[in-house]
Write a protein that binds this ligand. Structure first.
Ligand code: 0L1
Ligand code: MG
Length: 258
């Protein structure tokens, strides 16, 4: 089976919201590099159909998430224009078993590339930092996958929302930002920016270094989701999810069927 045929299968399941058996159960010997090649081929299908790459996302950036997949490395995926929610509403249409997680997003004004990036380089290239949420929706049955499976499936990306308010990169100590996520008024998760590789700026650095290995970079205007600050929680029709980012305000999203 060719990587292109696997990419075609994943693309079909992403666009029809039908669950998929893990590809590693069916195809032997796939490497993580193969998985990124598959991810790239899947993204090409979207862009050939008119979608646009608008940024990148880091995944498995917390020790807890890495442990749950049995790995000790972060991963990355592509963000497409079609994934961005323009209002704080999530339609379940086209999703299989979505989960939501709070994140800190960076928006860039300068290109960021190379394999020796420092925090200073990141801050100089950053236009603003924004509270965000990511809706992940693994296409695999029961959200069960290996590293290779999840990378090929664009690291479970489905949707994301960045609120209305942007902040100066120097606004606060981003690793100290506390987050409280509530579902229907009940606290379901709490965390702090430090859950993201110790500091979200480290996630951006890791993103740039990983992109450098494949000759890519963060372009001006792009956005990076740095990784989940808490575990992701399942969402269902009628849910109301609110996320309070300490000192930065609250984001509230409603979940609807259509
Ligand atoms: O954004 C993330 O950290 C998700 C990475 C993939 C693992 C998952 O689907 O939970
Ligand atoms: Mg995420």
């Amino acid at each position: 089976m060719s990587l292109e045929a696997i990419a075609e299968e994943i693309y079909r399941h992403q666009t029809t919201a039908e669950e998929l058996e893990k590809i590693t159960l069916r195809y032997d010997g796939l490497s993580v590099e193969d998985a990124y090649a598959i991810q790239q081929l899947v993204i090409q299908k979207y862009t050939l159909n008119g979608d646009k790459l608008i940024g990148w996302k880091m995944g498995l950036t917390s020790k807890a998430k890495q442990k749950s997949v049995g790995v000790d490395e972060a991963i990355y995926g592509h963000l497409l224009k079609s994934m961005e929610l323009l209002t704080p509403e999530i339609s379940l249409e086209g999703l299989i078993h979505p989960r939501i997680e709070p994140e800190i997003a960076f928006v860039f004004k300068h290109r960021l590339q190379g394999d020796q990036i420092t925090p200073r380089d990141v801050w100089l290239a950053t236009e603003c930092v924004m509270p965000a949420v990511e809706v992940i929706d693994s296409r695999y049955k029961n959200f069960s996958f290996t590293l290779v499976d999840v990378v090929a499936d664009n690291t479970s990306s489905a949707k994301f929302y960045v609120g209305d308010q942007a902040f100066s990169p120097y606004h606060c100590q981003w690793s100290d930002v506390g987050v409280v996520m509530k579902k229907n008024g009940e606290v379901v998760q709490t965390g702090a920016g430090a859950a993201v590789l110790g500091h979200p700026v480290r996630s951006v650095i890791e993103q740039v270094h990983m992109l450098h290995r494949i000759g890519k970079c963060i372009e001006p205007g792009m956005l990076v989701l740095t990784g989940g600050i808490t575990e992701a929680v399942y969402i269902h029709d009628g849910d109301r999810v609110s996320v309070e980012f300490e000192g930065l305000g609250e984001m509230s999203l409603s979940v609807r069927d259509q």
